[in-house]
Design a protein around this ligand. Structure first.
Ligand code: ADP
Length: 332
């Protein structure tokens, strides 16, 4: 049915990738070299004009390379016909790009139908994908029009459509940028769960550093002029910014952002030994940053970890403060 496309994730290699736009004296992307391992999520961040979108759109040849190369699964993108290349790459953009006059199912089936899948196979795939992105039961969503869905639901359809022909690579340009903060948080979590199941190699551009830290296995920070300032895991970047530019880009909240990477479970606070204080309870997966927010919002002196009736640990505000100071000291 879709024999042209390999379903497994593919490694992406930027090899001195360079882009010069004809009207511009300086390159938009300057000898970018980095490897996104198969199945990883790479977040592209950096100041506006730093070449993030250029780096993304070079991959599907919406922008053509001026120098260097990009390889997907070992194959140079210039060796592949642009149309065939794009069909092997899921592409998600901020305002979904759904066709308003077509039903949700018809939007998702678009590329499978172009590829001459049978009506029945394409419908089956659309329903499967709707379930996969959390629009369940799928039959209830399939025949609605995009405007009959909320923003978050539309974005889920956008993701389902990008996955229609099971591409090895996903590109996402500010995918959650238009959503309100709560919906955005939900869709981010949903995407991470989905990614854990399907493991597509994913590159996404974001202005939101917290989003990059939450979602990226690695983060690429691009400097003005399209040079790579640092490429590493969120943890390493926050602990060890490569230079002044990166440190400034991460900003003064760097230690707070590091708290977002540690969960209560990882801190393994000691179990209660005496009477259990009247503190709010939070699940072990709660980040230290969220824990701090809960403590401040509730005006209490600490948190119970796990069930309120049978907590597995206690975290006092003092202990949290100590942990954050250690984090801050380590990240200096
Ligand atoms: P970012 O996504 O980080 O904001 P872009 O990749 O959009 O950065 O742009 C990088 C640089 O290339 C900017 O200086 C921008 O003005 C320039 N640029 C982007 N697209 C074009 C284009 N089509 N023609 C000329 N210059 C462009």
């Amino acid at each position: 049915m879709s024999s042209t496309y390999q379903a497994g994730p593919a490694e992406i290699v930027y090899d001195n990738a360079t882009k010069r736009y004809p009207s511009q004296p300086a390159p938009a992307l300057n000898r970018l070299s980095l490897t996104v391992s198969a199945g990883e999520i790479c977040a592209l961040v950096g100041p506006s004009g730093g070449g993030k979108t250029t780096a993304l759109t070079l991959i599907n040849r919406m922008t053509e390379l001026s120098g260097g190369d990009i390889r997907i699964g070992g194959r140079g993108i210039r060796e592949t016909d642009p149309i065939a290349l794009r069909r092997g790459i899921g592409y998600v953009i901020q305002h979904t790009g759904l066709f308003p006059h077509m039903s949700v199912a018809a939007n998702i089936k678009l590329v499978p139908r172009i590829l001459k899948w049978s009506t029945r196979a394409a419908r089956k795939r659309a329903l499967e994908l709707l379930e996969l992105v959390g629009l369940s039961p799928a039959e209830q969503f399939a025949d609605r029009y995009p405007t009959q869905l909320s923003g978050g639901q539309q974005q889920r359809v956008g993701i389902a459509r990008a996955l229609a022909v099971d591409p090895p690579v996903m590109l996402m340009d500010e995918p959650f940028g238009a959503l309100d903060p709560i919906t955005r948080g939900n869709v981010q979590q949903e995407f991470l769960r989905l990614h854990a199941r399907i493991g597509k190699t994913t590159l996404f551009v974001t202005h939101d550093l917290d989003e990059a830290i939450l979602m990226g296995d690695r983060i690429a920070i691009l400097h003005e002029g399209g040079t790579l300032a640092q490429y590493d895991t969120p943890e390493t970047i926050l602990r060890n910014p490569a230079n002044e530019f990166v440190a400034r880009f991460l900003g003064s909240e760097r230690s707070l952002k590091r708290l977002a990477l540690t969960t209560l479970a990882q801190l393994s606070p000691s179990p209660p030994s005496g009477p259990v204080p009247d503190w709010p309870a939070a699940p072990p997966a709660t980040s230290l940053r969220e824990a701090l927010a809960i403590i401040l919002a509730e005006g209490c002196d600490g948190l119970l970890v796990g069930e309120r009736t049978n907590p597995t640990g206690l975290l006092s505000l003092d202990a949290l403060r100590q942990a954050s100071t250690t984090e801050a000291a380590r990240s200096r």
